[in-house]
Design a binder for this molecule. Structure first.
Ligand code: GRF
Length: 191
């Protein structure tokens, strides 16, 4: 199965996916790594790994792409033969050009036990709410934010002395196991 990875940030989930592939634990190919942030860590990781990259240029909006920009991204993903779009810290809302081109073929990882704590800095929301258990969710992407069908979740405890940083780090460590595991299941089902 060919993956198209979309990210805006440091790319630690992408790094975990790459590591799983290199260790022989994940039989997929990264066909394209796209980012809306030209100097993002995720693009640097892709370049270091000699993988094809694509910079999404969006001068107009901060939270989404213009339809024509998203259509160009779709064309690049399709030209690379992408079968599954993997959002890995992609900070834009996905709109209809991408959703329509990859129905039930776009997944995301979110740092909470959805449906709790949708949106930004979910681990801070969890801390503020005083929950005893936090975690992460892999889900299909639909037209809303963090609402698509849930594929898998992993829990982590919240410690009494947790800060936003320590809780986020504990959640991310789980993300790095969960995301490759879910992609492995989807790749098996794709064969
Ligand atoms: C992760 O915490 C993920 O849950 C959220 O964005 C973050 C991406 O981190 N959607 P990274 O770029 O993979 O390190």
């Amino acid at each position: 199965m060919k993956l198209g990875i979309l990210g805006s940030g440091k790319g630690s989930n992408f790094a975990a996916i790459l590591l799983a592939i290199r260790k022989g634990d994940l039989d997929v190919e990264v066909a394209l790594v796209a980012s809306d942030v030209a100097d993002s860590g995720i693009l640097k990781l892709a370049e270091e790994a000699d993988l094809p990259t694509y910079v999404i240029e969006e001068p107009r909006y901060r939270t989404r792409l213009s339809p024509e920009v998203e259509e160009r991204l779709v064309a690049a993903l399709q030209a690379a033969g992408v079968e599954l779009v993997v959002l890995a810290g992609y900070m834009r809302v996905v709109k209809s050009p991408l959703l329509d081109a990859f129905p039930r073929r776009i997944i995301n990882i979110h740092p909470s036990l959805l449906p709790a704590f949708r949106g930004v800095a979910a681990w801070e929301q969890a801390l503020a709410a005083g929950v005893a258990t936090a975690g992460c969710t892999v889900h299909y992407v639909d037209a809303e934010i963090d609402t698509g069908e849930i594929l898998a979740q992993a829990e982590v405890p919240v410690h009494p002395d947790d800060t936003a940083e320590t809780l986020h780090a504990r959640i991310q460590a789980q993300e790095h196991h969960l995301y490759p595991a879910v992609i492995r299941q989807l790749a098996k089902a794709n064969r």
